[in-house]
Write a protein that binds this ligand. Structure first.
Ligand SMILES: C[S@@+](CC[C@H](N)C(=O)[O-])C[C@H]1O[C@@H](n2cnc3c(N)ncnc32)[C@H](O)[C@@H]1O
Length: 379
């Protein structure tokens, strides 16, 4: 089993970002559905994907896809799949499930039928009747959408936003994958100043610095499929080696990050140090209304409070007004703000050039994008 189908999952609205990342990693042919991008790869590509994808949530190994309208069909079609090629005799496997607009709607029943079918298949292969499940972890998912069943095994383990650098966080931290996507969707590049004036635990500036220096997000963490016998350790070693040598140590982006809360800045500094990018981020304790911009063509990317989750509404609204007032003083600045406050544009005082609907956890948010003048082309 060398060629496999994989799915990179993403937050709703970020599919295009993950699609582009996959293309850059060499996976051109993709099928995109809501929150999932499926593509063909080799088993040995699993390390490279987990280590390098910045905006994806997980990488799943697709075991099979079929229609099922009855439990019998679910059982028989699951049993036909090559589980014995992936799961060793001691595999510690669990089955979770979800069902949307399908005849088979009872998720607990579907889970237990899939589990029974897998056990039957493994009994045939290993010629035993009892499985200890004492070995490596395999998280199997049965997902049924409009009667199409997709069976996958998670290769990532902890979700990919868990890079390992964020030991501490503030009250409403942004997912690292979302911060990475916000940067990818902006026109920021390391030659322009990046400002996050409400940086909290530092996720946006840290992700920006890592992207600029091409530090792979998964370089410092482990993935569940490393414990499977399926992927030779040499592939993990090589993928890490390759990622290390791709780091652009010479790139020194200019990043400024501030927050009104001294504790947030303390945390952000530690996180930046953990991520190895503290040398390119200037952190400061500063309320927004004392910020001055004295450089052209800067880019502000920020996740200010929404009031839904933190902050008092009047203060939050004043902050949005202050933002509009400051950035209107220099037409060369580009501003990218994520918030769930539907009155943001009115308070900021200008309609966004572009708006993108996203989700931060379960909160519906908009990514407001104001494009400043382009920097002059270098001679
Ligand atoms: C949603 S949190 C940012 C979370 C951050 N993106 C992270 O991942 O940790 C909003 C931050 O804005 C800060 N803040 C609120 N009002 C502010 C103001 N007037 N000036 C500067 N920072 C402010 C809060 O202290 C908080 O850390």
């Amino acid at each position: 089993m060398d060629k496999v189908n994989l799915t990179a999952t993403s937050t709703f609205g970020l599919e295009a970002v993950v699609k582009r990342e996959l293309k850059n990693l060499g996976f051109e042919k993709q099928t995109v559905t809501d929150g999932a991008i499926e593509f063909e790869a080799k088993i040995s590509d699993i390390p490279k994907l987990n280590i390098n994808l910045r905006a994806a949530d997980r990488v799943l190994l697709v075991m099979g896809k079929f229609k099922a309208y009855s439990f019998e069909e679910l059982f028989e079609n699951t049993k036909k799949l090559p589980w014995g090629d992936i799961l060793p005799i001691d595999a510690h496997f669990t089955v979770t499930g979800k069902s949307v607009r399908s005849t088979l709607y009872s998720v607990p029943d579907c889970q237990s039928i899939v589990e029974k079918a897998i056990v039957e298949k493994l009994k045939q292969k290993y010629k035993i009747n009892w499985f200890e499940k004492s070995g490596a972890v395999y998280k199997i998912q049965v997902a049924i959408l409009k009667d199409t069943v997709t069976l996958t095994i998670d290769t990532s383990g902890a979700a990919l936003h868990k890079r390992g650098y964020r030991e501490n966080q503030v009250a409403a931290p942004l997912k690292e994958t979302m911060a990475a996507a916000m940067i990818d969707l902006s026109f920021w590049n390391p030659e322009r100043l990046l400002l996050d004036p409400c940086c909290g635990s530092g996720t946006i500036p840290i992700e920006a610095a890592m992207a600029a220096k091409n530090i792979a997000p998964g370089l410092e963490r482990k993935f569940v499929s490393e414990d499977w016998g399926l992927i030779e350790p040499i592939y993990w070693k090589n993928a890490r080696k390759e990622a290390f040598s791709a780091i652009k140590t010479e790139v020194m982006p200019k990043i400024t990050a501030s927050d009104i809360d001294p504790r947030a800045i303390e945390i952000a500094k530690i996180n930046a140090e953990n991520a190895g990018v503290d040398d390119v981020i200037d952190f400061a304790v500063k309320p927004f209304d004392s910020i001055k911009i004295n450089e052209h063509y800067g880019v502000c990317i920020s996740n200010p409070p929404y009031a839904e989750r933190m902050g008092v509404l009047e203060e939050v609204e004043q902050l949005y007004r202050d933002m509009g007032r400051l950035f209107r003083t220099d037409k060369t600045w580009s501003v990218y703000i994520i918030t769930s406050h539907e009155g943001f544009e009115r308070l900021y005082g200008k309609r966004a050039d572009k708006k993108r609907k996203l989700f931060n956890g379960n909160v519906k948010i908009d990514y407001y994008q104001y494009f400043g003048e382009r920097p002059p082309k270098k001679q």
